[in-house]
Design a protein around this ligand. Structure first.
Ligand SMILES: [Cu+2]
Length: 144
């Protein structure tokens, strides 16, 4: 019994010292841009990301979301989102999507929490917006 309690205690302590949630704030604008080109995850066991649309334009004209995926999957995810259409908020779906906010319009925001254990060393990851045409500019790197 002592052994089990000792094991549990050490697991909890180890967990507490390792678990670190990093808050990440990204602004999107009416000028079809994010205010950052890199989302850094080093030293974080999870990131709590909030995308804020700092502009005024409605979702139909200048909607933004933020999707995290492997660079190799980006093209297919954007194609699927475009196909889903505006009625479904150009949703990236779930296939190959590691994390995603909902589509927001001016003044709105959305948050997700993602475990960084989903990111593997040696793979390149990107964050991008799946509103049609936006990802050519609204794209950046997720660094490990
Ligand atoms: Cu966008």
């Amino acid at each position: 019994m002592k052994l089990i309690i000792g094991f549990l205690a050490s697991t909890l302590i180890a967990g507490a010292s390792y678990a670190k949630t990093c808050d990440v704030a990204v602004d999107a604008t009416d000028a079809m841009s994010y205010n950052t080109k890199v989302i850094a995850t080093a030293g974080c066991s999870e990131i709590k990301l909030t995308l804020k649309h700092a502009g005024k334009l409605p979702k139909a004209a200048m909607g933004h979301n933020l999707v995290i995926a492997a660079e190799a999957d980006m093209k297919n995810i954007i194609a699927a989102a475009t196909k889903s259409g505006f009625a479904k908020d150009y949703s990236p779906g779930t296939e190959h999507v590691i994390a995603a906010t909902k589509m927001v319009g001016g003044g709105e925001s959305d948050t997700f929490t993602m475990s960084t254990s989903k990111l593997k060393k040696g793979t390149k990851y990107k964050f991008f917006c799946t509103f049609p045409g936006h990802s050519s500019i609204m794209v950046g790197d997720v660094s490990l």
